[in-house]
Design a binder for this molecule. Structure first.
Ligand SMILES: Nc1nc2c(ncn2[C@@H]2O[C@H](COP(=O)(O)OP(=O)(O)OP(=O)(O)O)[C@@H](O)[C@H]2O)c(=O)[nH]1
Ligand SMILES: [Mg+2]
Length: 398
């Protein structure tokens, strides 16, 4: 089809009613060929923020399936949300542990400062345990977890003289015991073709970046991956995902125009991904919590239309939480669980936060699986959550 006709068709599609209003599922807006498999990301690509220009005309119709290959040419500034660094391959386990520890440094400082002064040459008496409980609450572990940990200390170490190192090691053990039940990897079943992951969360919590990081990691595992730019109202959000798609070699299903129906896009994208035999489909969404009712309706509608094509989709609903928001993350869990069937969490920005202890509160009080933690903007900075590593990292232990 000639380009002009194709764009006209896209424009026409944008004005159609949402898919759930129709008796039959709507046709895919575009029959863009699936094309050849994506190329791996260039190992030495320029910094992402400099790779692509912002769109000149936000209102211009876009392709519904955009395959963005890395381009040459002079770098120019990108959208504000674009990550600042390229995405290298994931670090070794040793490298990751030191990165995790470094990322958690601010949280560690907050937690251990109190402990250091508290337990120097002291017996673990009632007063000391009370102070420990306060320290843990101040470090965002939450009242319930703090109480549980202190009770553990009371049972096993009450009245004994303890060194600072002993206290830290024992705390790490108690914390790891709280975290262990929620430390579960996100199951991906490529045979579903595609396994659909709906990524939800409040604005700025790291949805888009998490999608990009996961996309890169799954690609490195040899899976075919595509993204859906479901935050359709913000042209910059679509652009940000397209930049990432280009970088990590994943096709991006984008709306025909800003503001197009997100559920319609999700439906069309899943249909096209099925036809293309894509193994993992990562769906970005809007996070406008200030209009909770509208967001709930939008997310539920996305889920409903996905189920028309695959009754089990979305197979995962990943909620991203920004660790810097501390206890607010618990509230966000509650709100999003009301909206959609959240299956697991990704806790981001632990590197910028002194509130990493909130992961313990989440484990104790919410109990949803914690699939990933993020300690930076690079692809390798998002890793599966491991209870012991995290607990020891939080205490600054190797
Ligand atoms: N330091 C740090 N920054 C992160 C991490 N994860 C994401 N970010 C940054 O946080 C900012 C927001 O991330 P996005 O992925 O755009 O968040 P979003 O949820 O998609 O935001 P909206 O699209 O506005 O709803 C970006 O600048 C990311 O680079 C992390 O683990 N550590
Ligand atoms: Mg986003």
């Amino acid at each position: 089809m000639a380009l002009k006709g194709w764009i006209e068709r896209l424009r026409g599609r944008a004005g159609q009613p949402p898919p759930e209003a129709e008796e039959q599922p709507p046709p895919a807006p575009v029959t863009a060929p699936p094309g050849r498999p994506p190329e791996p990301a260039p190992p030495e690509a320029p910094p992402l923020a400099e790779a692509v220009s912002p769109p000149e005309d936000d209102a211009a119709p876009r392709e519904a399936l955009a395959r963005t290959e890395p381009e040459g040419g002079a770098p120019s500034p990108g959208p504000a949300e674009a990550p600042a660094e390229p995405a290298p391959a994931g670090p070794s386990r040793g490298g990751w542990l030191s990165r995790l520890k470094a990322g958690l440094a601010r949280s560690t400082a907050r937690l251990t400062e109190g402990i250091t002064t508290l337990f120097r040459k002291r017996r673990l008496d009632d007063e000391a345990l009370e102070e420990l409980e306060e320290t843990l609450i101040a470090a965002d572990l939450g009242v319930a977890a703090a109480r549980r940990i202190v009770e553990g200390f009371r049972r096993t170490r009450f009245g004994k003289e303890v060194t600072e190192e002993e206290v830290k090691a024992a705390l790490a053990e108690e914390i790891a015991a709280i975290l262990a039940p929620v430390a579960r990897p996100m199951p991906i079943e490529p045979r579903r073709r595609p396994h659909v992951v709906l990524v939800v969360g409040v604005n700025g919590t790291g949805k888009t970046t998490t999608i990009a990081k996961l996309g890169q990691q799954y690609r490195e595992q040899g899976l075919s991956v595509a993204f859906v730019a479901g935050d359709t109202f913000r042209a910059a959000a679509v652009e940000q995902l397209q930049i990432w798609g280009e970088r990590v070699g994943c096709p991006v299903y984008a709306p025909a125009r800003p503001g197009a129906d997100a559920a319609g896009l999700a439906f069309d994208a899943l249909k096209a991904a099925k036809e293309a035999g894509t193994e993992v489909l990562l769906v970005d969404t809007a996070g406008r919590l200030h209009n909770k009712a509208a967001l709930m309706e939008e997310l539920r509608k996305i889920v409903r239309v996905l189920k028309r094509l695959d009754p089990e989709a979305p197979h995962s609903v990943l909620l991203t939480l920004d660790a810097t928001t501390g206890q607010n993350a618990l509230q966000q869990c509650k709100v999003f669980k009301e909206m959609v069937d959240v299956t697991g969490l990704a806790v981001t920005k632990l590197d910028g936060s002194a509130k990493g202890g909130v992961v313990v509160a989440l484990a104790q009080e919410v109990g949803l699986p914690v699939h990933f933690v993020g300690v930076g903007e690079r692809a390798g900075d998002l890793r599966p959550f491991e209870a012991r590593d995290f607990a020891r990292g939080l205490l600054g232990l190797d």
